[in-house]
Structure formats: C-alpha cells, structure tokens
Design a protein around this ligand. Structure first.
Ligand code: UDP
Length: 474
C-alpha cells in the first residue's frame, strides 16, 4: 500500500549563529528555556504535521524552527501527509473558504466523507510512531481531521491555522463549519493574529503566535553594498554598474550560490545606482494592488521629484498555473503603456525567475536592501511577511493598515495607510520619505530594531515552548 505519511529530514541549524543577531542575553535565555523545556518533555516527542515540505512560507518557516529545535536537542519530528487529488481539491476549497472566498463551490457530504477517511488513514499510520503523551502540532486545514484520532490515542494535540481573515461571510462560516467538528478535541489552537480566531473557539485554549523571519535565509541574509549592486546589475534593473561584480549568497542548506539569471523587465529607463527607488515585491495578485501602487506613484510621487518605481513579482512562467497572476501582470503592462512618457521611463515591471528558489530570494533581498522606500499597499493581507522582510533590512515601509501589516508596523517604524485606496495619501507618504532621508533612515533603524525584538525565530520558539508546556501541564 502507498504510504500517506512521509518523514521530512531537516538538518540541525546551529542556534549559536543567532547570538550576534539577538544578543547574548536573549541567546542565553533561549538556551535556558530549551533546557527547561527538554526536562518538562521528559521523553515526549514534539511532532509537526503539515501537507507539504517544500512549497510556501509555512514549510520554509518549519524548516528553520525544526532545524533550531534539533540543534537545541529538543526531540522534534516533522511528517508530511498526502492524499489523492480529490483530497487536495477539498482542502484547497477549504483554504479559499477560510479566506472568505467561495471559489470552487460548497463542500458536499461526500467531500466530508472523503476528507475524514483520508485523514483517518493517515492518522492510523502516524499512530505507529506517535506515543500517548506526545505533543502534536497540526498545520492548516489539510491536517485538522487528524485531531480526533490522535487525541483519542492519547496525544496532546494543538492545531495551527496559518491563514484567516478578521471578518465573517458565508464562505468563512462554511469553511469553519466544516472544520469545527474535526477540531473539537484539540487541546490548543494557534493563530497568527487574534482577529483570525473564530468566535466559537474556547478563548482559553487559543494562543497567538505570529510568524517570524530567518535572518540567515537567502531572502534576509546580510549582503554588502557591492554585492547588492552587482546582483541588481546582473538581473538588469540598474544602469551604470558593471554587471561583473560578486553576486554570491549563502544557500539555505549552506554552500554558496550565485545570481546569474536576468530578470524580465518591462521598462524603458533604468535607474542609476544613486537614484531613489520605491519598490513593492509581491505576487501578481489583485489584492496586492500593484496597479494602485503604479497609479499612486505616477500621480502623486513622480511629479514631486526624482525616483523610480519597481513593481517586482514572480516570473510569468511561475504564474502560468495562476491565471489571475498572469491577468494582473497583463493589466499592469497595459497600464504602464498608458503612462505619460516621462513617468513611463521611471516605472519598471520586474519579474524574477523562480527556477532556483534561493537565487530568487537573493534577488528579492538585494532589491529590498537597495530600496529607498518599500511599499506593501495591499487591499487584504494574511500577515504580509514582505513587510517584516523590508523592515529587517532597515528600510522604511509604507503599508496598508490591514491584516498583519498593522501588527508589524509600530509607531515610528514605518507608515500605515488608514485607507489603502487613498492614492493621494499613499503618494504623500512615499514622497515625504523620499524627500527626507534623515527621517527615512531613522524609521528604517527603528524598523529593524522592532523586527529584531518581535519577529525573529527565538521569540517564535519561546512561544511554542510556552504553548507545549501548557499542553503538558493541562
Ligand atoms: N516573494 C518572492 N518572490 C517574488 C514575490 C514574492 O520570493 O517574486 C516572496 C516575498 O519575499 C515573501 C513572500 O513571497 O517572502 C510573500 O509573502 P507574504 O506574506 O508577503 O504574502 P503572500 O504572498 O503569502 O500573500
């Protein structure tokens, strides 16, 4: 029989490398917390169960956290469950519903049966390994149906939703209605934001644990100025820099990578190395509002002074399976063609190749590091990790006051736009930062300190340790 459960091997990540980033005190605090937690575990194992080991932010974050936990000698395991295509059609629909989107239509009784049977079979396999008393963290709707069988066998089960919205509609009610019976026997629930917790969930069992960034990932690792310029010249977005400089970065699993590929660029002009850059990096998704950023820049930023706008997203080849992505990109190109000639020369649409994920991340890193102002003018946002990424690089971020962006931008660490559709306000915020480099760099420094304090992995690990400790003593 084909196995429905696969182990994920994660190389230990040396936690010592965090010390220069978080300081000796925080480093020592985590080591002590890990010692205590290990004692509390008293031989129990911590299991993470998700539905993918490779794609998406959840898998990326798990790889980092599990790697650190291993280095800290915490007995931790990661398993990935799978299912037939029908199972993933159901879970994709659930994912959409939790986001308030009814795409794909309602789920039937037969779907519910299929979902429950698939997960019961996975649970049976998992129970060959998971022992009574072990701690299990289930990730996202794909795994919710494991809760009851694992809890019935004596495991302490927490379920984490990495998604959510802060409001209700028929779709969210349908999605939660489907999941609720499966989740009834969980000992704990985890959300990235308090606003995402459905009202029926028992508050005393809910923890809020926001995501974190990894300072050593290709996306965030330190790159010196020469390397940043060389990478930007190599991908083709900068003029006046020889493209032959050093473009290397450290890969996720160690070892050096090199940025060799060009980006595909729609644009007539190229900024020079000293020109101010306004950048938004995101998927070509309507809710990220790339067209709104372009219009705001053209109408309210460009007329007031110098500066270029770069709208950056994944390559067209990477979005062929995402018809909306291709359509949004197409709309941006049409809108770009309609810009006044002088403005058009200052707007670039940049698509980054996705065939090497680490190389793609190094390109994003260099772009964010070189930006004068970073925008995330989304109309809706789950968490919006691009905001933390930009702030980590000491950049001032102009972001919409929605979803997780509100949590990330604190007073003085960036600018929140109360109404993301107010392009004049957006343009004014960006223009002010371009015109006041002192304020921009003060804000950038405060931003970096804020992310260091709240959104780096040790904080995330401590929150998990607290959750699991509570599950043990419950
Ligand atoms: N991203 C990337 N390459 C791109 C566009 C986006 O690597 O061409 C990354 C971006 O740096 C961030 C992630 O995709 O790490 C997007 O996460 P976020 O939470 O901002 O939004 P989501 O796409 O999950 O809605």
């Amino acid at each position: 029989m084909v196995s429905l459960v696969e182990p994920v091997e994660v190389a230990p990540r040396p936690f010592a490398q965090m010390e220069p980033v978080i300081g000796g005190k925080r480093h020592a605090l985590l080591i002590r917390a890990a010692d205590l937690f290990r004692q509390r575990l008293a031989g129990r194992t911590v299991w993470n169960i998700s539905s993918t080991a490779t794609s998406g932010g959840v898998a990326e974050m798990l790889r980092v956290l599990v790697g650190y936990a291993e280095d800290l000698d915490i007995p931790v395991q990661w398993r990935v469950i799978t299912g037939d295509p029908g199972f993933f059609v159901i879970t994709k629909r659930l994912h959409n519903q939790i986001h308030g989107d009814a795409a794909g239509g309602p789920l039937s009784g037969a779907d519910a049966g299929h979902y429950a049977r698939t997960l019961a079979a996975s649970a049976a396999e998992l129970l060959d390994q998971i022992r009574p008393g072990d701690l299990v963290l289930l990730h996202d709707p794909q795994t919710a149906g494991l809760t009851a069988p694992l809890a019935a066998a004596g495991a302490r089960v927490a379920w984490r939703s990495h998604i959510g919205v802060g409001w209700e509609n028929d779709a969210t009610r349908a999605g939660w209605g489907f999941l609720r019976p499966h989740l009834a026997s969980a000992d704990g629930y985890v959300f990235s934001r308090r606003e995402y917790v459905p009202r029926w969930m028992p508050g005393e069992k809910v923890s809020v644990i926001p995501p974190s960034i990894d300072p050593f990932a290709p996306k965030n690792q330190e790159l010196d100025d020469d390397t940043v310029l060389a990478i930007l010249a190599r991908i083709g977005v900068l003029d006046g820099v020889a493209p032959g400089g050093r473009t290397s970065f450290v890969r996720r699993e160690g070892g050096l990578g090199t940025v060799t590929r060009p980006a595909a660029i729609t644009g007539e002009g190229r900024p020079g190395p000293a020109d101010p850059l306004v950048i938004q990096v995101s998927r070509w998704d309507r809710l990220k509002d790339m067209p709104g950023v372009m219009r705001g820049f053209a109408e309210y930023v460009a007329p007031g002074g110098s500066g270029y706008l770069l709208l950056v997203g994944p390559a067209a080849a990477g979005v062929t399976d995402d018809p909306e992505g291709a359509a949004v990109f197409g709309d941006c190109v049409l809108q770009w063609r309609d810009l006044l000639t002088a403005v058009r020369a200052r707007v670039l649409l940049v698509t980054l190749p996705l065939d090497d994920i680490d190389e793609n991340a190094a390109m994003v890193n260099a772009l964010q590091r070189h930006a004068t102002v970073i925008c995330q003018k989304s109309l809706a946002e789950g968490f919006g990790l691009t905001v933390a990424e930009g702030m980590w690089k000491g950049r001032p971020v102009v972001g919409s006051a929605i979803g997780g962006i509100i949590d990330q931008i604190a007073d003085g660490t960036g600018i929140l736009l109360p109404d993301p559709r107010d392009l004049a306000a957006f343009g004014a915020a960006v223009r002010q930062l371009l015109d006041d480099p002192d304020r921009a760099s003060r804000m950038g420094r405060a931003a970096q300190a804020h992310i260091r304090k709240h959104y780096v992995g040790d904080v995330h690990l401590l929150r998990y340790a607290r959750l699991f400790s509570a599950l043990i003593s419950a």
